[in-house]
Design a protein. Structure first.
Length: 319
């Protein structure tokens, strides 16, 4: 974090390239080398602790700091941030105006705009988008953060080469059980984080499926059918995400060892977070099977024997 005066000292702000309820987005040029960046002006009323920072920092900065360690090609990367203004609010609250300097993506559009432009989406494109979006959600969960706001306006599509970036971490929360580690308004339990993520991913899958006219009617299973959106979300509400839970049609070992959503820091030995993510992987794989008419779960290394492929191999398969 740097002082506000260094924003103008280090960067030239150019045209406005986006706006939302919480601020504006500009194209910026770093003066020292002419490199382009995205600069977002926004505000935050919630702070959070992050290792390496002596004091609490705005929640969006906290989420993006964690998200870049290690960096992921599917998550927007924070370069640096600036504290512009601090304003006292009623009831002892504080509002901080901040500026976020992020990687420049070049020509891109939101997923919402992309789907509006492509009214008849090829099945191959739909698969690529869905798998990357699921992978982006995984990248958040494995870092123990819940994005909490995954929708078509918070996903950018770079085309070519048809790659997505998950943006806007302002609603993010730490995945944590310990009430002493983070303030109540900045943490969420693993179970709730998984349920929230699944529901938001299903909504996006459903929007993509609507544009994919090449999928035969009998295989379009996100809305109806035994593995459809409604059935899956309803089943998820009743799903026990404890360590001894199971999902119909999948062995317990394959659930807990799902490489699709496996925590790379842990083994398949009953870690609670891994267990939750494994269930998420099984549920999503069932939906992907319905779309593709093939076994995505098998392709992602999930089998009745619980065989686990290396996570990097899974990433190569997705891309």
């Amino acid at each position: 974090m740097l002082l506000a005066v260094t924003v103008e000292v280090k960067y030239n702000l150019k045209e406005n390239i986006g706006a939302g309820c919480y601020g504006n987005v500009y194209r910026g040029i770093r003066i020292v080398d002419g490199k382009q960046f995205i600069i977002k002006s926004t505000f935050s009323e919630v702070d959070s602790n992050v290792p390496g920072y002596p004091l609490p920092i705005p929640i969006e900065v906290a989420m993006m700091t964690i998200a870049r360690d290690p960096p992921s090609p599917l998550l927007i990367k924070l370069q640096e941030w600036f504290l512009v203004k601090v304003e006292k609010l009623p009831r002892g609250k504080v509002c901080k105006t901040i500026m976020l300097v992020m990687e420049y993506l070049g020509p891109c559009r939101t997923l919402e705009d992309f789907l509006q432009k492509h009214q008849h989406l090829e099945e191959r494109v739909a698969h690529t988008l869905i798998l990357q979006i699921v992978k982006a959600a995984q990248e958040c969960l494995r870092r123990k953060i819940c994005h909490h706001d995954i929708h078509d306006c918070n996903i950018l599509v770079i085309d070519p080469p048809l790659q997505i970036k998950l943006i806007d971490f302002g609603c993010g929360m730490h995945i944590c059980h310990d009430p002493k580690k983070y303030p109540p308004d900045t943490r969420i339990s693993p179970k709730k984080a998984v349920k929230n993520t699944v529901k938001q991913l299903f909504d996006i899958m459903r929007e993509i499926e609507k544009q994919c006219s090449s999928i035969p009617e009998g295989r379009a299973g996100l809305t109806n059918g035994p593995y459809g959106h409604r059935a899956a979300v309803k089943a998820l509400e009743k799903l026990d995400l404890s360590e001894d839970s199971s999902v119909p049609g999948a062995s317990q070992k394959s659930v807990s060892c799902s490489p699709l959503l496996h925590d790379h820091h842990s083994s398949c030995s009953g870690n609670g977070l891994v267990q939750d993510y494994g269930n998420l992987g099984i549920i999503l794989s069932l939906v992907l099977d319905r779309i593709s008419g093939a076994s995505w779960s098998k392709g992602l290394g999930m089998s009745s024997q619980g065989k686990e492929d290396n996570l990097e191999v899974i990433g190569d398969h997705i891309f």
